[in-house]
Design a protein around this ligand. Sequence first.
Ligand code: HEC
Length: 155
Amino acid sequence: MKLMRILLLFLVAVLIAACGRADAFPVTPTSVLARPTETPIPEPNADLEATAVAQEASLGQANYEVMVAEVGFACSTCHAVEGDTVLVGPSLAGIAERASERVDGEAAYDYIYNSIVNPNDYVVDGFVEGLMPQTYADVFSEEEIDQIIHYLLSL
Ligand code: HEC
């Protein structure tokens, strides 16, 4: 009889241990199999690249909004980034699209680069030549200009 009781206790102990283990590992084979069809696995590099571009753009926004002592303005003093608002220069909302159509054969990136470094190369209709500061190539590094362009391309 004593042996039976020990056996019974042992059986209960095994059952409790088994239940405990099921709780600790709730991942069932079904949920593991179902995952790939529910969540598409992103291209490993696409994600990194998107993050890098977003980082450039946010650094660019900071440069865009900073008051540049040598010039006396921030880009944002003269250019709104939403709607059609004209501050001193045109709003840059949607510039990513417009930029590629401004000058024949000039891609959006190059047009924006030139607009910053040589603003008089192309003067936007309805605006006066020479209003935009002409010295940004001396004020910002190439890297900072690149960041600003990434920001403007994200608008
Ligand atoms: C003192 C005012 C002023 C400041 C500061 C200024 N801009 Fe301008 N910007 C203008 C004016 C006015 C125009 C339109 C005339 C022209 O094309 O030069 C213009 C044109 C542009 C254009 C072309 C827009 C289009 O629709 O084609 C871009 C891009 C631009 N600016 C970017 C910038 C950036 C980036 C900065 C800061 C680094 C900046 N601007 C600082 C006045 C300013």
